[in-house]
Ligand binder design. Structure first.
Ligand code: FES
Ligand code: FES
Length: 169
């Protein structure tokens, strides 16, 4: 057993784990974070995508011991309490929530994509999500939702910029 200490969705956890325990297993089986899904277990489908220190990773390809000392965000910790993240809201409104299998990973990957590229073209969205598979190939609404989320987040960022005229008043 190996001691690990990591922060998941804002809560600090210290545990003893088998060195071979995958991060996705730790999240689901120890912490009950079942929104992180195992679709393939071979790092192909992206259903297990989480953020590790702000970068999206496929948690079926990361050992829990590799996450020692890190900050992990799962789909359960993405929005503020009682409030959906703009990407979650856009998936809801654009009917991109097609099944519970691919959706959490798609949203986690999309969130990271928008952090790196706040204004992606549809082609860039498709490229950014190419590691996340939808078994029913329903990508159209997903791409639309990510574009919509980008607009929302950009509008919110502009609204957050203090108005210099207002500041002087
Ligand atoms: S379960 Fe991790 S990529 Fe499919
Ligand atoms: S909608 Fe989830 S696999 Fe197709």
């Amino acid at each position: 057993m190996t001691a690990v200490s990591l922060r998941v969705d804002g809560v600090q956890y210290s545990d003893d784990v088998e060195p071979r325990l995958l991060l996705v297993q730790y999240l689901r089986e120890r912490l009950g974070k079942v929104g992180t899904v195992i679709g393939c277990d071979t790092s192909n489908c992206g259903a297990c995508t989480v953020h590790l220190d702000g970068t999206s990773v496929k948690s079926c390809s990361v050992l829990t011991v590799q996450a020692d000392g890190s900050e992990v965000t799962t789909i359960e910790g993405l929005g503020a309490p009682g409030e959906l993240h703009p990407v979650q809201q856009a998936f809801h409104e654009k009917h991109a929530l097609q099944c519970g299998y691919c959706t959490p990973g798609m949203i986690m990957q999309a969130t990271c994509l928008l952090r790196e590229n706040p204004n992606p073209s549809p082609a860039e969205i498709r490229e950014g999500l190419e590691g996340n598979l939808c078994r029913c190939t329903g990508y159209q609404n997903i791409v639309a939702a990510v574009g919509d989320a980008a607009q929302r987040m950009n509008a919110a960022a502009i609204a957050d910029v203090p108005d210099p005229a207002g500041a002087q008043a």
